[in-house]
Design a protein around this ligand. Structure first.
Ligand SMILES: [Zn+2]
Length: 331
């Protein structure tokens, strides 16, 4: 994604990990009203495993071997959790005129339910390290920028599948492709009439996976796993879906995660949610790591080789995933 203003540019392993993660045991406080539904536990170990697993495929930019392999893994995993999966293939036209094959992966829980919520993240990674000082032309691993959002959503899919009482609402997990192939910073002549980031969401917003598809609202995750993350109330989210922002941030506060979900409004970011709002007509918010401490807009390892597993903090994955489950179980 980029700024509006600045235009910056093993299954066995999972089973072992999950043994320690059973249904949430935290007692409800007396202040909580009786109609409040406590969700099952979001397992941070499992989410971390999903980050790790994606990194085993290597960089996952369009056209790479890792991209193909990771996409196939995501489909299989959603199907294992009995989600109905649609793969939306499209041609992504890049900033340099090249056309590459891309695919959005949509997994639906309770496909026939009319009230639907979208949970989304991009699954591709950046083909360059244009914010780095070394090996700028080489692709990044994207542990946080890419894998973290996908990992949280796969863990949510696992939790929904394992719960014995199905929710009344439908949930569509959308893994957008081609989010991070925007022009590198060294390209001087930029074409501002088009956005070469977020190609998967731009395609989906204009070509929904089901004709006349509608959703109540959507939540996008981007860079949701790095240590010391803070998620602020991003401009486009506040413009298009302020009530959803309030609902999510209030929920995080209620369950003790206000150190991560900070109630501060910050500038707009062009990310996948922008196109879903603008062209797709569905209110969607973005939970995105915003860095207020220096001149770098996002987390400090953004678009650098250091966006690797060392940056990932299970507590942050947990805060985001558990907050989302609380929101979903109280719709
Ligand atoms: Zn990125």
């Amino acid at each position: 994604m980029k700024w509006i203003t600045l235009l910056y540019g093993s299954l066995l392993a999972s089973i072992i990990l999950l043994e320690s993660c059973q249904r949430e045991t935290k007692e409800q406080t007396t202040q909580e009203i009786s109609t409040y539904h406590n969700p099952p536990e979001f397992c941070a170990d499992s989410a971390f495993y999903y980050v790790q697993k994606q990194l085993t495929f290597g960089p996952r930019y369009l056209g790479s071997h890792g991209h193909q392999q990771c996409g196939d893994f995501l489909v299989k995993e959603l199907e294992r959790f009995k989600f109905h999966v649609i793969q939306q293939n499209f041609d992504a036209t890049l900033y340099n005129g090249k056309i590459l094959k891309a695919r959005n992966i949509i997994g639906s829980y309770q496909p026939t339910a009319t009230k639907r919520i979208i949970l989304a993240a991009h699954w591709d990674t950046r083909p360059f390290a244009d914010q780095d000082t070394i090996r700028k032309n080489d692709p990044i691993l994207g542990a946080n920028d890419g894998a973290s959002g996908v990992a949280v959503l796969l863990e949510i899919a696992r939790v929904l599948h394992n719960d014995t009482i199905p929710l009344k609402i439908g949930i569509d997990i959308i893994f957008f492709d081609a989010e991070d192939y925007g022009e590198p910073t060294w390209i001087e002549e930029k074409n501002y009439s088009q956005t070469y980031y977020c190609l998967g969401s731009q395609y989906w917003a204009k070509n929904k996976h089901i004709p006349n598809y509608r959703a109540y609202y959507g939540i996008l995750l981007d860079m949701v796993g790095a240590r010391n993350a803070t998620f602020t109330m991003e401009g486009n989210s506040m413009e298009y879906a302020p009530k959803i922002v309030k609902k999510v941030w209030d929920t995080a506060e209620r369950i003790g995660y206000s150190q991560y979900f900070v109630k501060q409004e910050t500038p707009s970011v062009i990310d996948d949610h922008y196109f879903v709002n603008r062209y797709g007509g569905i209110p969607m918010i973005d939970i995105i790591h915003y860095n207020d401490d220096n001149n770098e807009p996002f987390f400090s390892d953004w678009h650098k080789h250091s966006d690797n597993l060392e940056q990932i903090d299970k507590n942050v994955l947990k805060a985001v995933g558990q907050t989302l489950l609380h929101v979903l179980y109280n719709e």
